[in-house]
Design a protein around this ligand. Structure first.
Ligand code: SIN
Ligand code: FE2
Length: 210
């Protein structure tokens, strides 16, 4: 599929990871989940559960519960540090981000066949100079995006297994979400569903250090 006329700062790489790389990354994700079990995030204030389950790798992980959205260095249930970001994901960041410092957080979203994610902005980071790099595995997800304000026109892209999406620059704060999965579109995950990894820089980098 070719996607043309994306807004400035939004880049789509169809088939960025080949099947071998996808399988390697899934193996890495399964190890991450063993060390840092999936949890069900909840909406701030209301405590309503997300339909997506999550975990993280990296020095910081994104969590959400009744107290709010935040990044923290440890798993909310086990209190253990998050496992490291896999090499393949680091490589994707180096190739695609155009940002000179490494990512700190890699959020792993696990979508069961009926899971979805409402339109939102990724804005809990201190540093919006770095883009968000997203890698998709498993069944196709109908990714919806709009502009940087809520309520404007939206478009959708079908994110297939192996696709990469980068949102940075003027698109760093665009509203985005997953309307639904297209079940049965990939054979990568025997259990079905979709896994999405988003790599983020959280803190502002100091020039002399990583
Ligand atoms: C996210 O916005 O955290 C995930 C987007 C996706 O699953 O593609
Ligand atoms: Fe997001």
């Amino acid at each position: 599929m070719s996607v043309t006329d994306l807004p400035p700062g939004l880049s789509y790489y169809s088939g960025y990871l080949d099947r071998t790389a996808q399988e390697e990354l899934i193996g890495d994700v399964r190890q991450i989940i063993q060390a840092a079990p999936l949890f069900t995030p909840r909406m701030p204030r209301t405590g309503k559960p997300f339909s997506v389950r999550m975990t993280n790798c990296g020095t910081l992980g994104w969590v959400s519960d009744v107290n709010g959205y935040r990044y923290q260095p440890v798993h909310p249930a086990t209190a253990a540090p998050w496992p490291p970001i896999p090499e393949l994901a680091h490589r994707a960041w180096k190739e695609l981000s155009g940002y000179p410092h490494p990512p700190e957080a890699c959020l792993v979203n696990v979508y069961d066949p009926k899971a979805r994610m409402g339109l939102h902005q990724d804005r809990d980071e201190d540093d919006f100079d770095a883009p968000v790099v997203s890698l998709s595995l498993g069944d196709t997800g109908l990714f919806r995006f709009g502009g940087t304000t809520r309520g404007g026109a939206t478009r959708s892209i079908r994110l297939q297994s192996g696709d990469a999406l980068v949102f940075g620059g003027p698109s760093r704060l665009l509203f985005h979400g997953i309307d639904r999965l297209l079940p049965g579109t990939s054979s990568l995950l025997p259990e079905g569903g979709r896994i999405n990894l988003t790599l983020r820089r959280v803190t502002k980098a100091v020039e002399s250090q990583d």
